[in-house]
Design a protein around this ligand. Sequence first.
Ligand code: DAT
Ligand code: MG
Length: 148
Amino acid sequence: MEKTFLMVKPDGVQRGVIGEIVARFEKKGFHLAGAKLMSISKELAEQHYGEHKERPFFGELVDFITSGPVFAMVWEGENVISTARLMMGATNPKESAPGTIRGDFAVTVGKNIIHGSDSPESAEREIGLFFKQEELVEYSKLISEWVY
Ligand code: DAT
Ligand code: MG
């Protein structure tokens, strides 16, 4: 089954919306494969956001993502990568639709609450950066029969 990497950013942790965000993916029918509250080192932040290293906001982005704990997660499900991006909403909260996570909880692009992988390649890379194999749990739930 497809997996994606999602992360409640430091602003989401400080604002107390970890539970609401987890609840949205649970209620949708996706399957939680791993999760942890953690701090991100500067090195990990620079690797994670490597694709943006030439952008003018790169320094700010690294400072922000290392400014407090994050809640890192791996979720599983059919089309979970693209569906999670839809549930997150547009990168800039001024364009994210109400009903999406960023549309409901965020105001500015610098503090947009959640990260989600944007492709199968980035999901694999980001899961590998943040989680050891033994931190991902394989288990089944009877409810899956009512989702698929
Ligand atoms: P996304 O997080 O939706 O995948 P992205 O990969 O383009 O968006 O950018 C990563 C993060 O960088 C984004 O969540 C917030 C920040 N960011 C993007 N564009 C920005 C901008 N123009 N000014 C400031 N921060 C920006
Ligand atoms: Mg991105």
